[in-house]
Design a protein around this ligand. Sequence first.
Ligand code: HEC
Ligand code: HEC
Length: 389
Amino acid sequence: MRYLLLLALGTTALFASAQAIANPQATSPSEENNLLGLPPVPIPASNPQTPAKIELGDKLFHDKRFSVDGTVSCANCHNEKQAFTDGLPVSVGHHGLTGTRNAPTVLNAAFNQSQFWDGREPDLEGQSKQPPVNPVEGGLANHEPILEITRTDPYYQAAFQSVFGVSGKKITMDHVAKAIAGFERTLVSGNSPFDRYYFKGQTDAMTATQIRGFDLFIGEGRCVSCHTIEQDHALFTDSRFHNIGVGINQIQQDIPRLAQAFLEAKNKGGEVDVMVLTDKKSSELGRFAVTDELSQIGAFKTPTLRNVELTAPYMHDGSLKTLKEVMVHYNNGGVNKTGERVNDFLSGGIRPLNLTDPQLNDLVAFMKALTSSSISSKQAVPTPTQAAN
Ligand code: HEC
Ligand code: HEC
């Protein structure tokens, strides 16, 4: 945590004023390094960063009292030792209850144009209010218990007073959400071998197999059409939603009935956050659950690929265990097992690739070139294995 906190403060200083970005003296070389390959962190005018706010957000992120049985904090499912994921196919909340979806990393979530696999929340502030009151996560009936704690705990009383100038009943969930989001905006990490290769011209930063994988990524594999790379930075996401044949292939006969039932429940006041995380089949409807548009059935947000080596298992349902399985899925044109039928809503961008097994291994090697050097060396995870050639 210490490392991230230092980074946090460095980032705050960096983005406190816009002109600081262009001023190399505003950051030490190591901090600047960590941001290599990333665009500036977007900080909303309504929630400026301060060191005290970030520290408060860090505490809130780790507070297990914000759950019905006192065991679940954000960090349970977004554990810094596991690159801010939980390493599980689908997350476990209070009393061992399981949800329906894989916990994405919070690293670099600051750059997301929408939050959650289906993009149902526009920003980090909105996102952070959901987990404590989700029936399979924090399990609270409403936000009152959180406000009770923040209004009476001496640490929080002092912190909310100094950060927001509020106390007692004036502390609201908006303040809590702002502090958590402020903390999350410091969890950014670039400077991977790829960043040094591509943005700094260090031709030896990637191995030969990683370079071949990169060529496939932007060439025959067509990966870059969704996992995008810009001229001066790369987030590896187009921030759009695509059906790439995960989960939905198995339930396609049921889709018309499911979609109809979902819309009826939603019209009767059902909350999307609750419905998709408590019912496996509703979860598979993807972006449709948010927009009601049939064309978006089974479509999920393109995830970043930064640090993907550290965030297995993969996909919105955690159904693919390894990066190799992911490559096989793409190579088969959106099905995981040969013989499985693709679903009717599959994205036009997903077609069989006819790559060879060594080429799939090259793509996997390239995925491992996206691990931020600061994380792999500071955290309790194996160092990336780099193939010899
Ligand atoms: C019980 C496990 C669990 C807890 C607790 C939890 N999360 Fe999550 N988080 C998830 C899962 C699962 C998803 C994906 C859900 C979905 O997309 O429908 C998610 C999604 C997110 C995202 C969206 C990332 C993206 O790329 O779209 C952010 C940000 C996030 N969580 C932050 C938090 C914060 C902040 C807290 C505490 C207030 C928290 N989470 C608590 C499991 C959890
Ligand atoms: C049509 C857009 C599109 C194309 C093309 C595409 N992807 Fe994806 N990718 C996605 C989406 C959307 C997801 C999440 C899907 C889901 O969970 O249902 C994803 C998920 C992944 C994941 C899992 C990430 C995680 O955190 O779970 C990896 C790895 C990946 N893609 C790599 C690749 C590679 C390599 C290629 C090229 C061979 C590629 N993608 C081509 C859109 C695309």
